[in-house]
Design a protein around this ligand. Sequence first.
Ligand SMILES: *[C@@H]1O[C@H](CO)[C@@H](O)[C@H](O)[C@H]1NC(C)=O
Ligand SMILES: *[C@@H]1O[C@H](CO)[C@@H](O)[C@H](O)[C@H]1NC(C)=O
Ligand SMILES: *[C@@H]1O[C@H](CO)[C@@H](O)[C@H](O)[C@H]1NC(C)=O
Length: 206
Amino acid sequence: MKVATLLAAIVGVASAAPGQLVSKRALTPQDINPRTGCPGYLTPGEFEFPHYITQISKSQPDKAFGPQYFGVFTPNDVSSIFSFDIPASRAGANCTLEFFFPTQSQLKTSSYTYSGAGSFFFTGYNPGSCPNAETTYNNQPKPGPFPPFPPVHMEPGNAYTIDIGPCWVGAGTCVAGLTSTNDTNFSFFQDYDECPIGIYTGYSYL
Ligand SMILES: *[C@@H]1O[C@H](CO)[C@@H](O)[C@H](O)[C@H]1NC(C)=O
Ligand SMILES: *[C@@H]1O[C@H](CO)[C@@H](O)[C@H](O)[C@H]1NC(C)=O
Ligand SMILES: *[C@@H]1O[C@H](CO)[C@@H](O)[C@H](O)[C@H]1NC(C)=O
């Protein structure tokens, strides 16, 4: 096998692995919705807003943060858990986990603070095992069947596809994941009133 062919084969296999970062979509003009002027796009009726957001802290492992509206991250300490309810009726769709990160100037009611190198880590919990008011670092949802997703470098002005997979995995229940960082302070208000910011699950049908 020629080196180029072998490389293509390896890359092909790697890009099909569960949890692989599928694409980093820079916010090019094609991504600007002509009606809203927003980067990235959530088709109305075809996405889920996180049903529950909470934090956990490694340095305060028994602290329960309860329901939160913000995603909050500090290096190697505070991480955020985002949980989605996937209706049983979506079993036939593909689910895309996306992170929308507009620039501050594209936001009117939401805002964020961000400093650091922007390395983020995403890990999925077991479908059906989701956070609640008792969730702490020491009392997290059950680990999922998949290895951690590769680290993602996230910075303002981009939208990121974290993963694409069949929705049946979580249809009829909840699916939650942990997002953490080793080098960044980041706090944002999860919102889509203007330009979407934060993490969403989108549905697609070929
Ligand atoms: C994160 O915030 C803490 C506390 O304010 C600060 O000490 C640290 O330098 C910050 N780190 C980065 C990468 O911004
Ligand atoms: C954070 O994690 C990334 C990816 O594993 C690594 O390359 C980087 O050196 C880490 N940064 C720090 C400050 O530990
Ligand atoms: C989901 O994605 C896979 C891989 O791209 C594709 O083969 C399949 O047709 C998609 N299913 C739907 C419902 O779009």
